[in-house]
Design a protein around this ligand. Sequence first.
Ligand code: PEP
Ligand code: MG
Length: 308
Amino acid sequence: ARAADVGAVSGPGRTTDGHPVALLANVGSAREVPATGNAEGVGLFRTELLFLDRTREPGPDEQTAAYREVFSRMGGRRVVIRTLDAGADKPLPFLHQAPEPNPALGVRGLRVARRQPAVLRTQLEAIARAANDTGADVWVMAPMVATRAEAAGFAEAVRAAGLPKAGVMVEVPAAALRAAQLLEVVDFLSIGTNDLSQYTFAADRHSGDLAELLDPWQPALLRLIADAAAAGRAAGKPVGVCGEAAADPLLAPVLAGLGVTSLSMSGPALRPVRAALAERTFAECERLAKLALDADDPRHARTLVGAA
Ligand code: PEP
Ligand code: MG
């Protein structure tokens, strides 16, 4: 029991019977790396946060230096870096995007790259240089992907830059519904539950009035996560969760039971999530997942799982 206690405080994410669920941290810059503590790596590096106030595109050398700092501080651990997620709540002035009546449904995330391919190319080249300089285990993913064709185009750009691992985020229901097809062209998926909730429930992610719809315990959201994770299992490829849902210790065993292979969260959430996983066998996680999926609503799901 003592060894298990120690494992629950540090060490990699594991169920009681040793089923691995990688515990990763979300960061926006090198300053946040110390808060990742003993995470197994970075599961979401939000690169747009480095350049929010810029009116001119950051040059390749500046980008390389910023990425290199994060990669080298993670010392050989995995870093999943996301290409610029511009638009909607995170406008980047240097992209000179036309104003849109409904920016959350507009040209954001990877959609920008179609219109401005040089911006993506520059970023991928900077990431590749930083990866080569540091020898880090760098995985690259794109935000706001809806179709297999978008995923294929992104993967091709990643490979052209000489980077070995390309993935896409599942933030749009269309991507979750077609997870198997996306996995034909990319190496991994990462589910962004903040946006996936927003687009599944047609509810602005920043609306306090709609918090009930945006609850990560919504069975419809869990259904989409389950489908994406099942596609990952069938393809033998990783499918993680990097939205706020990953930080809920009661939900962590449910997500593991749905087949999710990693959970990425803010640094302080790691410890309680690691402890919650260490208390359950994988078979128990699968049973909890079924209870939550079959529940009537989020409150019912929490009650069933909390009592099990
Ligand atoms: C998400 O949408 O869940 C996500 C992790 O990305 P962001 O919060 O940066 O939109
Ligand atoms: Mg998102």
